[in-house]
Design a protein around this ligand. Structure first.
Ligand SMILES: NC(=O)c1ccc[n+]([C@@H]2O[C@H](COP(=O)([O-])OP(=O)(O)OC[C@H]3O[C@@H](n4cnc5c(N)ncnc54)[C@H](OP(=O)(O)O)[C@@H]3O)[C@@H](O)[C@H]2O)c1
Length: 282
């Protein structure tokens, strides 16, 4: 099901915008850029980290916010706090990336910042994982994200400015037991961001990756396996929202908390040692 609801504008963008967003950059909505206001599109905004990012951007001011998630009621609650426009949609549905991008451009103007927060997890041994869930995790975490970036990037490059911020995970940096498919999906986002940075050099557009550890959101409940470890303690999603802002301002990789960079470095430099330590301490 794809719903479109805007608190400030009609739900559907003009068909003339599709499929090339370059053409949609003009004419801009009244006040856009001229007033210094920028447009941010946040996915995963109906819950957890994405909702915290929307609130943080709203508190900072100077942003027109377009929010996406699947649950219209939860999305509306976040929008009410942030004066945002919402576009509820399942991003794994064919064409959802195009419809969301068109909606954002037509209601709020060319997108200056994409925060791709939509994601799901699954925990358990691979042999127990229902095969269709592998598809769901990759469709949501990887393919839907890449499609949306592909959709919005040409407009940013043409404008000579813009920022894409992806939400990775510690699991994608070191591989976590019981999260093989999720780890692979998040690793894909990490190398995607790395590779993209080469081709974006000199364009004025950047790609940031935020790498959170454990964050206190409904993520664990939804994946069907609660977080049971005592350490590391889950961080509030507001900490990740700060990291997203740092990535939006130009940092390529932001670990949350910052000390997570250390195990990732050990994993990269001395994988054998890392595996021995991980096997011992979990
Ligand atoms: N929580 C953690 O410990 C943690 C750690 C590292 C990385 N992350 C990553 O952070 C991101 C946000 O997770 P979270 O912790 O905030 O989890 P969350 O509270 O469960 O939020 C997930 C968000 O993604 C949206 N979403 C899921 N599937 C979607 C789909 N098919 N189409 C559109 N939207 C979809 C959800 O929308 P609805 O709720 O409306 O369905 C929700 O807004 C994810 O990418 C996750 O992998 C989380």
């Amino acid at each position: 099901m794809l719903h479109a609801f805007s608190r400030t504008a009609p739900a559907c963008g003009p068909p003339a915008l599709a499929p090339d967003l370059d053409a949609a950059r003009s004419p801009q909505p009244p006040g856009h850029r001229a007033t210094g206001t920028r447009t941010a599109l946040v996915t995963g905004a109906s819950s957890g980290i994405g909702a915290a990012v929307a609130r943080r951007l709203s508190a900072e001011g100077g942003w027109r916010l377009v929010l996406n998630g699947r649950d219209p009621a939860r999305l509306d609650r976040v929008a009410a706090d942030t004066s945002a426009t919402v576009f509820p949609a399942d991003l794994t549905e064919p064409g959802a990336d195009r419809r969301l991008a068109e909606f954002a451009v037509s209601t709020a103007g060319p997108v200056d910042l994409l925060v791709a927060g939509a994601g799901i997890g699954w925990a358990g041994e691979l042999c127990d994982m229902p095969p269709h869930v592998i598809d769901e995790v990759f469709e949501t975490d990887v393919l839907a994200t890449l499609r949306l970036v592909r959709r919005l990037l040409p407009g940013m490059v043409e404008a000579g400015s813009g920022r894409v911020v992806l939400i990775g995970s510690l699991a994608g940096a070191v591989g976590v037991r019981g999260e093989a498919v999720y780890s692979a999906a998040k690793a894909a986002l990490g190398v995607f961001a790395d590779a993209l940075r080469y081709e974006l050099r000199g364009t004025g557009v950047g790609a940031g990756l935020v790498v959170p550890g454990v964050v206190d959101t409904p993520f664990f409940e939804r994946r069907g396996t609660p977080y049971r470890r005592s350490r590391p303690r889950p961080l509030p999603p507001e900490r990740v929202a700060e990291a997203v802002l740092a990535a939006a301002r130009g940092r390529d990789e932001v670990y949350v908390p910052g000390w997570l960079r250390l195990p990732c470095r050990i994993h990269g430099a001395m994988p054998g040692l890392y595996r021995r330590l991980a096997a011992r301490f979990g």
